[in-house]
Design a protein. Structure first.
Length: 158
């Protein structure tokens, strides 16, 4: 290999490694933003703060869970005042985050929600495993789909 070829290979590798490090750092920052946004949405629902909810969630989005089934964000927003009135959250937290990147502008954030509270006189299931699809629009991360699945009960004797 000539010195010129070796220099070209080294330059290419340096650029590739540099780009990979940059993208990893960019993804790490984006993940922090997604987690902060997810916390803000959860807090907004728990506190009945529709304005904050709408800042982070696409008006044309959808959600799916075991209590309501499939619901458009538009329908969720219509029910928001009554729903949050019927809901009493004593405590909550989200943890165990995992992000799956679809591309640089779309990610699926998965996590575990735990908490205590009541909705329409019934205990809110805890834990639930949740996922939210976030897309970057005009430089801002926006939730377009959210789902929740009740966690399986612990096996007997555990």
């Amino acid at each position: 290999m000539t010195l010129k070829s070796l220099t070209a290979v080294c330059t290419t590798l340096t650029l590739a490694i540099g780009a990979t490090v940059y993208l990893a750092a960019q993804d790490a920052q984006a993940e922090k933003t997604l987690i902060a946004n997810e916390r803000a949405v959860n807090q907004a629902v728990a506190k009945g703060d529709l304005a904050t909810f709408k800042q982070h969630v696409a008006a044309e989005g959808w959600s799916m869970d075991g209590m309501s089934g499939r619901m458009s964000v538009a329908d969720f927003v219509k029910l928001f005042p009554q729903m949050t009135k019927d809901m009493k959250i004593e405590s909550w937290d989200i943890s165990d985050f995992k992000t799956v990147w679809v591309d640089a502008n779309c990610a699926v954030l998965t996590y575990k929600w735990t908490g205590k509270g009541m909705y329409q006189g019934q205990p809110i299931p805890s834990p639930t495993w949740s996922s939210t699809v976030w897309t970057k629009r005009n430089g801002k991360w926006t939730a377009v789909f959210h789902q929740e699945s009740a966690g399986a009960p612990a096996p007997a004797g555990k």
